[in-house]
Design a binder for this molecule. Structure first.
Ligand code: MG
Length: 250
């Protein structure tokens, strides 16, 4: 199933995407819910970020091809950082370039959405704590990341966390093509089979640091080929079987 969150007539709802239609969901997508038989045309709604997280946990260098390209040794454990929930935007929302940065980069990433409260979860049980998978763009002010040492400022500007368009609850994340296009031109192209730490490993690792809540997001890192965004660009994060996350840059 592909879960969406959408706005229709001033009201926010969850729904199941089926082709060009959304079937509204009654109940809680993290607990029990029913999918109604009503079909709302996709063209009549505004899609929102498909989850409302309390926090977004992201991972540094986590693609084998990227590490090799950078001449870096493979990490022994995931290097994690946080992005604030206030950075979140949905499909077709605009990424706003901040005045204080001269170099803002795209980073196409696979993200998981947490299904239920997770604390000290064993890797073998981690699957039960994952609602599904979505596309994520870990937008980064690269110049500020380099001068600060600490990553918080570079990763946390409003609009620096585009996510969506759907949370796919049935996709197997182990071997999915992932790419990034800017103005239609291919910039990143890899496969999640190159991940050093997979989603279940990451959920377990993070849950031993902080309690994860339903709706929280873990972004799993970006492959090689990161590069700059400019005002007027259109950036797409494309993941096989999940969809295309499109945002403009202003
Ligand atoms: Mg990243």
């Amino acid at each position: 199933m592909q879960l969406v969150r959408y706005m229709l007539d001033g009201k926010q709802s969850f729904g199941a995407l089926e082709g060009d239609a959304i079937r509204p969901i009654k109940g809680d997508v993290f607990e029990d819910f029913e999918i109604s038989d009503i079909r709302v045309p996709l063209s009549s709604v505004r899609l929102l970020a498909p989850t409302v997280p309390s926090k977004i946990v992201a991972v540094g260098l986590n693609y084998r091809d990227h590490a090799i390209e950078m001449g870096e040794e493979l990490p022994e454990y995931p290097k994690i950082f946080l992005k604030p929930s206030t950075a979140l935007i949905g499909p077709h929302d605009s990424i706003v370039l901040p005045q204080s940065s001269r170099r803002v980069d795209y980073e196409a990433e696979l993200a998981l959405v947490v299904k239920r409260l997770a604390k000290d979860v064993d890797e073998r049980q981690a699957k039960d704590y994952i609602l599904g998978y979505t596309c994520f763009n870990d937008v980064t002010a690269r110049d500020l990341q380099q001068v600060d040492g600490q990553w918080t400022r570079a990763k946390s500007f409003d609009t620096f966390a585009p996510i969506g368009p759907v949370v796919d609850t049935s996709v197997d994340p182990r071997s999915l093509e992932i790419s990034c296009k800017v103005n239609g031109e291919l910039k990143q192209n890899s496969n999640t089979s190159n991940l050093i730490f997979g989603p279940e490993q990451l959920l377990s690792f993070v849950s031993h640091v902080m309690t994860l809540l339903p709706g929280d997001v873990i972004a799993t890192g970006t492959p090689s080929g990161v590069g700059p965004l400019h005002s007027g660009d259109t950036v797409e994060v494309i993941i096989e079987q999940i969809g295309v996350l499109t945002n403009s840059v202003v």
